[in-house]
Design a protein around this ligand. Structure first.
Ligand code: FAD
Length: 547
């Protein structure tokens, strides 16, 4: 008798889970989640991610138990765990979903692949997103995405034949060479190591979303049936966005809800709406485009893992590396820049673990231009602050908003203008920065300009309750733009753009192509491991989500 190991990573569900279904079809299964200390020691890991995973694992275990199985935990490096397990109880195959993670998981997966080859274990991986491993031609990507999302969902196996060494070790699995004693722990809330023991000392945002499939399905249902009608026109302002956006990102990131099931449910909801539900249909259409972008962005990192740590366009190397200003970084991360819209966003992020797209882009832009900070540290900080951290979306976005892709218009957000556009009455700023509650609208977004007597009448002291910005905004923005434009004009930088476009540039003709409600350009399919297409035409003032 032999068995298969199903290794759960960022796919914490039993529904539409091909690795589990296939393993269960073939015989006994060990369902495994490995807590990897080295993974949690990475600079993009945070306590809130770990807590969310813990909540999701609890529900995964309940789902497995309902099918006669259970979840086992192991603590250690994956290859060590597999090695010990295999030594004690040889298994035939390792099943998992493909992961486009950070460089650490990429290297780990290569090691796992090597270990499997050396030990005659079949490692079978299934895609869980419309991301194509080994993609050679980006032009072929869109049909592959379409085919992926259209595939029927994999029904959860009703009865899983379980391997459980702790409770009832099957005689024919016993092996004189070793034991799994102490290696595997049946899931229980206490079996999970504490965050502290893994060095995860960050605060857990008190208002963050909770993990688990039931939560994910409730969010999906509420969004499709109701909130998506407010999606168009509601997603740019941080006031309306928490309700108008789907809030599914974290469930997609940890797989408590699968991408394919969200795409199919969106399409079905849209089809079922009456013709007069125009705004609702438009909202679902715009949302559907984002599900496409989700994979489109991850494909970039899949095709070019170096995106995580080096400039996409190498002509930008050296642009900011030698100008690191710790005081600017400290002001940003502590929400003490003195620009109220920026500081309010940081306050919201610290409380909830979430921000809408526009405000994420503004934070990175403020870091990159007036504060002139290199994107790498900023990206790590935000990765820890975003509950939904998804490396394949995050790093391309961070580079794009920092201007190092070399193929997009330099997009510089002025935080005062963003406040006027998206929080005209100051409700958002006053909510997150209570010190400014009594400041009149006319001074609210530039409080450092307030005369001293007005400050005392409003009960706020600039330089104390709200800091003075570390740089003069107008001057710093102009200098930053000048530097960017000077670099872009250099012949060798211009020449190298073609190669970046060739590999990552946008393709027209994607579903929902054109512009969305915010005037943001919709991406066309592109790829991470090569393709040829015309450059994306980005005009000034247009917010492209793509490159
Ligand atoms: C600097 C920066 C970093 C970001 N980092 C992440 C990240 O780590 N994880 C993450 O999921 N999103 C990231 N985004 C994209 C976007 O901001 C979030 O997906 C969105 O705010 C999540 O909220 P939602 O699920 O309610 O979004 P919705 O608007 O409801 O979108 C639905 C889904 O579409 C996908 N999506 C939405 N916008 C984008 C986009 N611009 N590019 C690619 N996919 C998109 C996400 O999976 C999202 O869950 C980042 C954006 C920026 C500017």
């Amino acid at each position: 008798m032999t068995y298969r190991v199903v290794w759960f990573k960022r796919d914490l569900r039993v529904h539409d889970h091909a690795p589990l279904a296939e393993a269960a079809r073939q015989g006994p299964v060990l369902c495994l989640y490995v807590v990897e200390p080295s993974l949690w020691a990475q600079p993009d890991a945070a306590n809130q991610h770990y807590q969310f995973i813990g909540e999701s694992l609890a529900e995964l275990d309940r789902e497995l138990r309902a099918r006669g199985s259970r979840l086992h935990l192991a603590i250690g490096e994956v290859v060590d765990v597999l090695d010990r397990l295999h030594h004690a109880h040889p298994f035939a195959a390792l099943h998992a979903h493909e992961e486009t993670g950070n460089n650490h998981t990429y290297a780990r997966d290569l090691t796992v692949a090597r270990w499997c080859r050396q030990h005659g274990v079949a490692w079978r991986e299934w895609p869980q997103f419309g991301v194509v491993r080994g993609l050679r031609d980006r032009r072929l990507w869109q049909p592959r995405w379409e085919a992926f999302v259209a595939q029927p969902l994999v029904a959860p196996t009703e009865r899983i034949d379980s391997v459980d060494f702790e409770q009832r070790p099957p005689a024919d699995l016993d092996h004189p060479g070793g034991s799994t004693s102490g290696l595997l722990r049946p899931w229980s809330a206490h079996a999970l190591p504490t965050a502290h023991s893994l060095g995860l000392t960050h605060r857990d945002p008190p208002q963050r979303q909770r993990g688990g499939r039931a939560q994910g399905l409730a969010v999906l249902d509420d969004f499709l049936s109701d909130r998506s009608a407010r999606y168009r026109g509601g997603i740019s302002s941080p006031l309306s966005a928490p309700e108008a956006c789907s809030r599914l990102s974290v469930h997609l990131a940890y797989g408590s809800v699968g991408l394919r099931e969200v795409v199919q449910a969106t399409r079905a909801t849209r089809r079922a709406l009456p013709p007069e539900a125009i705004r609702h249909k438009q909202g679902l259409h715009a949302f559907h485009s984002r599900l496409y972008w989700h994979c489109h962005f991850i494909q970039k990192l899949e095709s070019e893992p170096e995106l995580e740590w080096r400039n996409l366009h190498r002509g930008y190397d050296g642009l900011r590396e030698n100008d690191w200003n710790p005081a600017h970084f400290e002001a940003l991360t502590q929400g003490r820049t003195g620009w109220p819209m920026v500081d309010a966003c940081v306050a919201m992020l610290r409380a909830t673990g979430w921000l809408n797209f526009r405000m994420r882009a503004m934070l990175v832009s403020v870091a990159a231009y007036p504060l002139w900070l290199h994107w790498r540290e900023v990206g790590h900080w935000l990765a820890r602050e975003f509950l939904d951290y998804e490396p394949g979306i995050h790093w391309p976005q961070v580079q794009m908003q920092s201007g190092t892709t070399g193929i997009n218009a330099t997009r510089v957000y002025n935080p005062v203008k963003q406040a006027m556009d998206h929080d005209p009455h100051g409700h958002f700023v006053r909510h997150w920065l209570p010190a400014l509650r009594r400041v009149p609208d006319s001074w609210l977004f530039e409080p450092w300009r307030m005369p001293a007597d007005l400050q005392s009448r409003c009960g706020v002291r600039v330089g104390d309750d709200i800091p003075v910005p570390p740089v003069d905004l107008t001057t710093a923005l102009r200098q930053a733009k000048d530097r960017m434009h000077a670099l872009r004009r250099q012949p060798e930088v211009k020449a190298a753009q073609a190669a970046v476009v060739n590999k990552h540039g946008s393709r027209r003709g994607m579903p929902g192509g054109g512009r969305n409600a915010q005037g943001e350009e919709r991406p066309a399919p592109k790829g991470r491991r090569g393709s040829n297409a015309p450059a994306l035409a980005v005009t000034s003032g247009q917010l492209s989500l793509d490159f």
